[in-house]
Write a protein that binds this ligand. Structure first.
Ligand code: FES
Ligand code: FES
Length: 160
């Protein structure tokens, strides 16, 4: 077993883990962050996407020990002071989910995308989200939601 300390949604967690444990299993089973879900376990679907030090990663594609000393943000860490993140709001407002299984990963990926490119075109959104699959195939509204959130996030920045 290996001792790791990871900041998860702003809380420092120190745990003994098997060196082969995947980050997604650590988040769900040890830390209890079940909002991060597993769709494939083979880095294809993006359902398990979280942020590591502010950038999106597929948490089934790395080991928990690789997150030692780093900051992980999950879908459960996005809302602040009872307010949803603008990306969460936009998914809600634009009906960008059906069963919702892909949604946590979609939102985490979309936030990273907009962080890198604050005014993405539709093509750039589709390209930036291509590692995240939706089995309900609601892609049109997902793209609309990401564009709407990008607008909302840029007006928030200009207001502050
Ligand atoms: S569960 Fe990680 S990419 Fe599918
Ligand atoms: S909303 Fe069902 S998988 Fe995307």
């Amino acid at each position: 077993m290996t001792r790791i300390t990871v900041s998860v949604d702003g809380v420092s967690c120190t745990d003994e883990v098997e060196p082969r444990m995947l980050l997604v299993h650590y988040l769900r089973e040890t830390v209890g962050k079940v909002g991060t879900v597993i769709g494939c376990d083979t880095s294809n679907c993006g359902a398990c996407t979280v942020h590591l030090d502010g950038r999106s990663v597929k948490s089934c594609n790395m080991l928990a020990v690789q997150a030692d000393g780093h900051e992980v943000t999950t879908i459960e860490g996005l809302a602040k002071d009872g307010r949803l993140h603008p990306m969460q709001e936009a998914f809600h407002e634009n009906h960008a989910l059906q069963c919702g299984y892909c949604t946590p990963g979609m939102i985490m990926q979309a936030i990273d995308l907009v962080g890198q490119n604050p005014s993405p075109t539709e093509d750039e959104i589709r390209h930036g989200m291509e590692g995240n699959l939706c089995r309900c195939t609601g892609y049109h509204n997902i793209v609309k939601a990401v564009a709407a959130a990008a607008g909302a996030m840029s007006s928030e920045r200009s207001d502050s």
